[in-house]
Design a binder for this molecule. Structure first.
Ligand SMILES: [Zn+2]
Length: 411
C-alpha cells in the first residue's frame, strides 16, 4: 500500500481534539469555535504539504496542487463539521485521506496533468442551521444571499451573521458559485453510516446513487390550559394532534410509498412542556428520503394530505414549511467504472451500492463527474459517539482514492 497509516492517524488524532468530549465523542458544529479551530489546522497542514489554499465567501476551503497543464482540477475531500455528540469519522476521513493522497504524490514525485484540490466543504451537517450540505449547495448555485437569512440556529443567530462573525464574506456569496466543468471530477470518501460493508466483510463501497431528503418543519398551535380543570371535550391539545402525524409518517413510509422510502420524525418540541398543562404548541421535524424521485414525491404528498386531514379533525392550527426538497442523484458512471476497475487492480473487495444518507457529492455532481467511496462503519452506527471505523479500513479507502485520483488527474 502506498498510503501511510501513521500519517493518516496523526491528522485524525489532531482533528479529533477540536471539540472532543469527555465521553469519547465530538461536537464541532458548523462555524463554531471548534469548527474554526479544525479549519485552521487544515489550513496549516495544507500549506505544509505545498497546497495553495483558497477560501471562498462561504468558507469552503480548497487547497490546490498544480498540474502540468491548465485544466480543471480533480477535487477530493469532504467536511469537518459534526453533529452534536457525534463521532470522529463522519466527514473527517474524506479530508484526511485527501491530505494523504497529496503526501504520496509529493513523496513519489508524481506530476499529474490536471491540478488536484483537497476540499473541505462548510456546514455539511444540518444540526446547527437546519439545512444540510450548505457548502456544496453554495458552490452549485442553490443558495442566494437572501437565502442565508433563512437558516437560523437555536440561539437565533443567522447563517449570514455566523459567516460574518468568522470573517467570511456572505455578501459576496455569488462569487463562490462554480460552473459545470470548473471542477473536472470530485470524489468524496466517507463512512458508510450503515451496516452493509461490515456485515458482508467488504472493504469499500462504490456509490451509484444518493437518496435525497425532503424535510419539513411543522408547527401545531393549540391552547395551553390546566390539565385538571379543562374537560376533554373542549381541549385544543397540540401534542395529541402532532402524535397523529408522527405515526402517520411511519405508516406512509413503511406501507404506503415505495420500497426504498424511509420517513422519520426526528425531533419534537412540546410547549410549555409541563406535566399539568395541556400542550399548547408543538414543533416537529420530518425527514423523508428515497432514491426514487417519484416514490418520494408520492410519500411527501401523502404526508401533506395527512396534515390537511388532521387539521380538519382537530381544533388546532397547523402550519408547515418545506426546508429542503432535494432530488435523488445518480453519480458519474465513468467515475464508478474507474473506481471498480481500480479496486480490482489493487485487490480490494468492493460492493456497488446506493447511499441512503445525503452527502455533498449530490450537489457536486451538478458541477463535476462525481463519485463516492464508502468505508465500513462499525455496527452501522453514525451521528453518535459510538461511531467507529478501523484505521486499516480508512487506509484501504484512501488507497483507492489515491489510485483513482491519479487516473482522473492524468486524463
Ligand atoms: Zn458526512
Amino acid at each position: 500500500m502506498r498510503v501511510q497509516k501513521r500519517r493518516i492517524e496523526k491528522d485524525f488524532d489532531n482533528i479529533s481534539n477540536f471539540g472532543k468530549l469527555s465521553n469519547g465523542g465530538v461536537t464541532r458544529l458548523a462555524f463554531s469555535k471548534e469548527d474554526i479551530e479544525s479549519r485552521n489546522y487544515l489550513h496549516k497542514t495544507m500549506e505544509e504539504i505545498g497546497l495553495e489554499v483558497r477560501i471562498d465567501a462561504f468558507g469552503n476551503m480548497r487547497g490546490r496542487r498544480e498540474g502540468l497543464e491548465e485544466l480543471a482540477p480533480v477535487a477530493i475531500g469532504s467536511h469537518l463539521d459534526t453533529v452534536p455528540e457525534g463521532g470522529h469519522y463522519d466527514g473527517v476521513v474524506g479530508v484526511i485521506a485527501a491530505l494523504e493522497v497529496i503526501r504520496v504524490l509529493n513523496d513519489k514525485d508524481i506530476r499529474t496533468k490536471r491540478p488536484i484540490e483537497v476540499i473541505n466543504l462548510s456546514a455539511e451537517e444540518s444540526s446547527r442551521f437546519g439545512g444540510a450540505t450548505l457548502g456544496s449547495k453554495v458552490l452549485s448555485g442553490k443558495i442566494s444571499l437572501a437565502g442565508l437569512n433563512k437558516y437560523v440556529d437555536r440561539e437565533g443567530l443567522s447563517l449570514y451573521e455566523a459567516l460574518k462573525d468568522n470573517g467570511f464574506k456572505p455578501d459576496e456569496i455569488e462569487s463562490a458559485v462554480l460552473n459545470k466543468g470548473d471542477i473536472y471530477s470530485f470524489i468524496e470518501m466517507h463512512i458508510e453510516q450503515g451496516p452493509v460493508l461490515e456485515t458482508e466483510n467488504i472493504s469499500v463501497g462504490i456509490v451509484t446513487s444518493i437518496a435525497a431528503p425532503t424535510r419539513f418543519r411543522v408547527n401545531f398551535k393549540g391552547v395551553a390550559d390546566h390539565s385538571g380543570n379543562t374537560p376533554m371535550s373542549i381541549r385544543k391539545d397540540a401534542l395529541t394532534a402532532a402524535s397523529e402525524l408522527v405515526l402517520g409518517v411511519e405508516r406512509i413510509a413503511r406501507d404506503e410509498a415505495g420500497p426504498a422510502t424511509v420517513g422519520t420524525v426526528g425531533y419534537l418540541y412540546v410547549k410549555p412542556g409541563a406535566m399539568n398543562v395541556i400542550p399548547g404548541g408543538v414543533e416537529l421535524g420530518i425527514d423523508i428520503r428515497d432514491i426514487s424521485s417519484d416514490d418520494k414525491k408520492m410519500a411527501v404528498k401523502k404526508v401533506i394530505d395527512l396534515i390537511v386531514e388532521i387539521k380538519k379533525n382537530r381544533p388546532v392550527e397547523i402550519e408547515y414549511e418545506i426546508l429542503t426538497d432535494d432530488e435523488p442523484v445518480q453519480l458519474s458512471n465513468k467515475v464508478i467504472q474507474i473506481l471498480e476497475q481500480t479496486a480490482e487492480e489493487i485487490g480490494l473487495s468492493y460492493k456497488v451500492m446506493h447511499s441512503g444518507a445525503g452527502h455533498d457529492a449530490m450537489h457536486m455532481a451538478d458541477i463535476a463527474n462525481t463519485g463516492m467511496i464508502f468505508i465500513p462503519s462499525k455496527n452501522g452506527i453514525s451521528h453518535n459517539i459510538e461511531e467507529f471505523t478501523e484505521m486499516d479500513d480508512v487506509c484501504k479507502g484512501a488507497e483507492l482514492l489515491l489510485e483513482t485520483t491519479i487516473k482522473l488527474a492524468q486524463e
